[in-house]
Design a protein around this ligand. Structure first.
Ligand code: FES
Length: 108
């Protein structure tokens, strides 16, 4: 008999709802932060690990400035997790993220 092909289970974590993302401009849990990055002709979701790469405080997305800011020593990061200002020198970790129905799911 043919072996049954098992689908690899994905480690998808619910980050929040699409409506909350649209209302607030971002979603954030302890483990993952998601923003919509808007380009001229398109947009995509970007998920990062909010743990600051300096000493591990939780960064927060600042809607008005379109960047993540760390409350501990002031490092900042763009939507894709790249360092804008130190003392951090390493980017935030990025996770795959997708919308399924009305939910935003990240693979962390
Ligand atoms: Fe984030 Fe120091 S822990 S800047």
């Amino acid at each position: 008999p043919k072996p049954i092909v098992q689908q690899k289970p994905q480690n998808l974590t619910l980050v929040g709802s699409v409506s909350d993302l649209d209302k607030n401009g971002y979603l954030q849990t302890k483990e993952v932060a998601v923003v919509r990055q808007v380009y001229t002709y398109s947009q995509k979701l970007v998920a990062v690990n909010p743990k600051c790469t300096h000493q591990g405080c939780d960064v927060k997305w600042v809607v008005a400035d379109k960047k993540y800011v760390c409350p501990c020593h002031g490092s900042s990061f763009d939507a894709t997790g790249e360092v804008l200002n130190g003392p951090a020198t390493k980017s935030l970790a990025v996770y795959p993220v997708k919308i399924v129905g009305t939910q935003v799911l990240a693979e962390i």
